[in-house]
Write a protein that binds this ligand. Structure first.
Ligand SMILES: CSC[C@H]1O[C@@H](n2cnc3c(O)ncnc32)[C@H](O)[C@@H]1O
Ligand SMILES: [Zn+2]
Length: 413
């Protein structure tokens, strides 16, 4: 299958100049950029539109769309213990499928091509990603404080064997939840298994003020040898920052969730200055309440500028949302060049807030909103195009989602 995207403005990566050009996409990959004479099966005239690398959401719990708006104005501890955990105890595979589907529809609408998930009923998450055509690094959330950690780890291993690499869309990793729900011994064991399987790990770290464990202890486990995405890192002691500057470590910054749950602002400027690889996440829809990486990119940037506007540049912001997220997730390249998967988004830039055109990169960070996203493509397939979701039956999904919410909230509100 050959697709021709004609007359588009192209931003190949955060550091390149925008140029007007054409892209040929063949069998899911970018096969040519420039003058194209070849015939294609489908031709799209993208005059007035900008094509750029798709955004990556490096920390979420997709199915928590089911709990969006259910617990507002609470701190992390009460939010989790009083509201979220009791509802999650009732989750079924079917609920997670529909919750994940709705999350994916939202993310695709907002220009996200790939996400990193930590949750339960992972077969449902993976099935939803494959059915929708979105890329996902999926981890089984692992906890051992209740003595049932081994069973969960076995489940994660079986899930790895079944789904890792599926359709070039799915990567499977391991998700020890946090140092306050996992013993050091358990984190060590999970990381050992992940290392043997060459699988990535993601874990919540230093999200709230009450998290006072020692980073040296966490990094004395096998985690040090794994590719790890540390979500949050808000309450890091200064001396811990250099310990995270490693090729195999990434920090997923979730500014909206951190503010909304009253946890504060992560030291992103300091992390970047020390060479830590920072990417962006939304966290779940129950603590955000949107799944919008363009919004996170702008908020992250503004928060770091609070004391000094030179703290973070337009290019750094775009890198966090694209290339760094791509590298952290391992799902996509974050760049549009020949030979790469066609994981891209199309923005309608014929709007007053994208003028003057010359300063487009700044507009992408500081003026754009997700409503400017016109289309989203993963591996050469449109998963969102001008108001439509070509891969799914929207009515059936909304019905399944609404039934799931009804199941979960009966006798609970
Ligand atoms: C064990 S599966 C994932 C687990 O994480 C919970 N969760 C969602 N958001 C957060 C957050 O901000 N901090 C800590 N834990 C979070 C989710 O509800 C699942 O139980
Ligand atoms: Zn989280």
């Amino acid at each position: 299958m050959k697709l021709l995207l004609k007359n588009a403005y192209l931003l190949k990566d955060p550091f390149s100049q925008i140029q007007k050009t054409n892209l040929l996409i063949q069998d899911g990959k970018i096969s040519k950029i420039g003058e194209i004479q070849e015939d294609a099966d489908q031709v799209y005239d993208l005059s007035g539109k900008l094509v750029m690398p798709g955004l990556v959401n490096c920390h979420t719990h997709a199915a928590m769309t089911l709990m969006r708006g259910i617990a507002e104005d609470m701190n992390l501890e009460d939010w989790l213990n009083k509201k979220i955990f009791p509802i999650e105890a009732k989750l079924t595979a079917e609920h997670v499928y529909y919750g994940t589907m709705i999350a994916q529809m939202e993310m695709a609408r907002k220009g996200i091509v790939a996400y990193v998930d930590m949750y339960f009923h992972c077969d449902s998450v993976a099935q939803a990603a494959v059915d929708f055509g979105m890329k996902a690094l999926i981890t089984r959330g692992l906890v051992d404080i209740d003595g049932d950690g081994e069973r969960r780890l076995k489940e994660n291993i079986l899930f790895f064997e079944k789904w890792n690499g599926k359709d070039g869309l799915i990567e499977v990793g391991f998700g020890p939840h946090a140092p306050y729900t996992c013993s050091l011994k358990y984190i060590d064991k999970v990381a050992y298994v992940a290392q043997q399987l060459n699988a990535p790990v993601t874990i919540h770290l230093y999200e709230s003020r009450s998290e006072t464990y020692q980073l040296e202890d966490i990094l004395s486990t096998n985690l040090a040898n794994c590719k790890v995405i540390f979500a949050h890192c808000v309450h890091l002691k200064d001396e811990y920052i250099p310990l995270l500057a490693k090729e195999n470590f990434f920090v997923a910054h979730n500014p909206t969730s951190n503010l909304k749950l009253g946890n504060g602002i992560a030291p992103i400027k300091k992390l970047l200055d020390h060479g830590v690889q920072v990417c962006l996440g939304t966290d779940g829809a129950a603590s955000n309440n949107t799944l919008d990486i363009l919004h996170e990119m702008r908020l992250a940037t503004l928060l770091q500028k609070m004391n000094d506007p030179s703290n973070i540049t337009v290019e750094q912001a775009l890198c966090m949302a694209t290339i760094f997220g791509a590298k952290a997730s391992g799902l996509t390249s974050g760049k549009l060049q020949v030979g790469e998967d066609a994981d891209l988004i199309v923005l309608d830039v014929q709007r007053p807030w994208f003028l003057p055109f010359e300063n487009m990169k700044a507009h992408l960070v500081h003026s754009a909103s997700s409503l400017d996203v016109f289309a989203t493509m993963v591996k050469g397939k449109w998963i969102y195009y001008d108001g439509n979701y070509p891969t799914v039956q929207i009515k059936e999904i909304i019905e399944g989602f609404e039934n799931s919410v009804r199941d979960l909230t009966q006798n609970n509100v």
